[in-house]
Ligand binder design. Structure first.
Ligand code: ADP
Ligand code: RBF
Ligand code: MG
Length: 150
């Protein structure tokens, strides 16, 4: 493990989040239950990350994740929200989400408008798309943690 706590594997249930309509903004985020957030090592700081994600026993997709208190919304509860870079036909609340967090993009930031937040997230997605093409990061999508035994 590196000193920044990465790569970090996490697995847990997808729960209802803050219901702010991230989906309407085109960026739905699957929120992890509290236990997963509490299990996060201290070395994994708050911020924006990228890696691989699997819903139940489906295919492994790229993902971006926000870890922290979302300064823009001044949350009082720490969250781990994953936006999977894939178009799903249906919601997957209650499903098991597995993620391999392999890299960090930036710290959490505040913004003066929701448009700025969205523009930044779109940039994060572009960074993740590109970084995850690297051969050494592609290797994680075949990790045994993503096996189909749930
Ligand atoms: P909430 O506040 O409940 O987290 P969101 O608007 O963030 O609501 O929507 C999240 C939900 O959208 C997820 O729990 C999941 O069921 C669904 N969803 C559909 N497509 C995606 C995707 N590509 N990435 C993450 N979640 C998705
Ligand atoms: N919220 C913040 O307050 N500051 C951030 O810098 C921030 N970055 C994010 C980056 C990504 C990739 C994602 C998926 C979410 C981020 N969020 C951030 C969380 C965002 O506020 C939350 O998903 C909202 O519900 C979007 O409407
Ligand atoms: Mg969400």
């Amino acid at each position: 493990m590196n000193q920044n706590g990465l790569p970090h594997f996490a697995s847990g249930k997808v729960v209802k989040g803050f219901g702010r309509g991230s989906k309407e903004l085109g960026i739905p985020t699957a929120n992890f239950d509290e236990e997963v957030v509490n299990r996060l090592p201290e070395s994994v700081e708050t911020g924006v990350y990228f890696g691989w994600a699997q819903v139940d026993n489906g295919p492994v997709h790229k993902m971006v994740m926000s870890i922290g208190w979302n300064p823009f919304y001044k949350n009082t509860k720490k969250s781990m929200e994953t936006h999977v870079l894939h178009e799903f036909q249906e919601d997957f609340y209650g499903a098991t989400l597995k993620v391999f967090i392999v890299g960090r993009i930036r710290p959490e930031m505040n913004f003066s408008s929701v448009d700025e937040l969205i523009a930044m997230i779109k940039n994060d997605i572009a960074v993740a798309e590109e970084e995850l093409e690297k051969i050494e990061l592609q290797a994680y999508r075949n990790s045994p943690q993503f096996s189909s035994d749930g």
